[in-house]
Design a protein around this ligand. Structure first.
Ligand code: BGN
Length: 369
């Protein structure tokens, strides 16, 4: 009786010790995992399985820091002569922020979902007084910490002044809450011919890099207003499609490969796929061509969860669809190395550092396929 009682006690003690040991080792590994990749959002995949979504778990200098603006002077990329001699202002070298502490990974003043203001937008003169911390050209960096990424927001544009006003009103407040270091580049196509959204984005990339060592681009339609500031406009590890759920599409992704609306790419990713094709004149297909380029170069489209990556779309008339888009989409793989950033040509009519944005007016030539 006495011996078996002792055996039971020894067994209980041993099991308790094992449980405590296991618990401690679990705690340890969880702590180490957090050190490697701090998690911010939790997502559910299609099967309802919980996945951790990692944002910016990489250092600030992860991206190429070489002066990519030099590209614009290389033989591959040039302005169509004769280009009128416009004084090209460049931005001042930013104040030395290296002594500031790095901004926190999760910006402390986020609001989450907020009401997008589209009905009562102040006029430009008033808007310009509302963002005193902006530098010329619509540049911003937080004053009390060093932003984690340098982001160029590229907005292809023509003849949508009301949209531009609403966009600027909403986006500056949004990005400043995110403690982002950014510049806004509005690239306007001159003339009345078919719009070439993709080529304007190539121009925006080249011109932004001429100004500053941006690490990534966010290509942004002017009529899309983000509705939740947890949708962080940071440099992505894989190209990120940002406008996942839009009110116009009942907040549903129209199809898996869509890369239009708002999308983010690092400078390196952009260069790897040779930017956008220059051949898509009129509505449609240029974003699908980019999705094909990403796949060809073994990059993946990443997305934030749909309840966060939400957008309101401003109303506008339908643009004329490009009847040639199917042809160019099918032949895209053959052209990736010669049609894109390395074959871009444009005539820069004007570049102005306006208070709220950098305005670049260009004439786009029809390039041979
Ligand atoms: C698709 C367009 C995209 C556009 C989305 C959302 C084409 C190519 C034909 C296969 N693609 O149909 O460019 O972003 O709709 O509007 O038209």
């Amino acid at each position: 009786m006495g011996r078996s009682y002792l055996t039971v006690r020894v067994l209980v003690l041993t099991v308790s010790c094992l449980v405590v040991l296991e618990y401690m080792s679990l705690l340890q590994s969880a702590e180490n995992a957090d050190k490697i990749r701090p998690s911010i959002f939790c997502m559910l995949d299609n099967h309802g399985v919980k996945q951790t979504h990692f944002l910016q778990s990489f250092p600030r200098d992860y991206y190429t820091t070489e002066l990519l603006g030099a590209d614009a002077n290389s033989s591959n990329l040039f302005l169509l002569p004769p280009s009128p001699k416009v004084a090209v202002p460049t931005l001042n070298v930013p104040v030395n922020r290296s002594t500031l502490p790095e901004c926190p990974m999760i910006p402390p003043n986020l609001q989450g979902k907020f009401n997008v203001e589209i009905d009562e937008v102040p006029d430009f003169a008033e808007l310009e007084t509302m963002f005193p911390s902006l530098e010329a050209g619509g540049r911003y960096s937080p004053s009390d910490c060093r932003a984690r990424h340098r982001v160029a927001i590229i907005v292809p544009y023509r003849d949508r002044e009301e949209h531009l006003k609403a966009f600027l009103f909403n986006i500056h407040r949004f990005l400043q809450r995110q403690q982002s270091e950014y510049g806004i580049f509005v690239v306007e196509q001159s003339g009345k011919g078919p719009f070439n959204r993709a080529m304007l984005m190539n121009v925006g990339a080249a011109e932004a890099l001429n100004q500053y060592t941006y690490q990534c681009f966010i290509f942004h339609d002017v009529d899309l207003m983000p509705e939740d500031d947890r949708n962080l406009y940071t440099c992505p590890i894989q190209p990120r499609h940002m406008s996942v759920s839009i009110d116009k599409f009942q907040y549903r992704l129209p199809y898996d490969e869509i890369f239009g609306g708002v999308s983010a790419m690092t400078v390196d990713q952009f260069r790897l796929v040779n930017g956008f094709s220059n051949l898509f004149w009129g509505w449609g297909g240029e974003d699908d061509d980019m999705a094909n380029r990403l796949r060809l170069k073994k990059l993946f489209i990443s997305r934030y969860p749909a309840n966060i990556a939400r957008y309101k779309m401003l109303k506008h008339g339908a643009e004329k669809a490009n009847p040639e888009r199917f042809k160019y989409l099918y032949s895209g793989a053959k052209r990736i190395s010669k049609d894109g950033y390395n074959s871009l040509k444009y005539r820069k009519i004007s570049l102005e550092l306006k208070p709220l944005y950098t305005w670049i007016l260009v004439e786009l030539p029809k390039l041979k396929p």
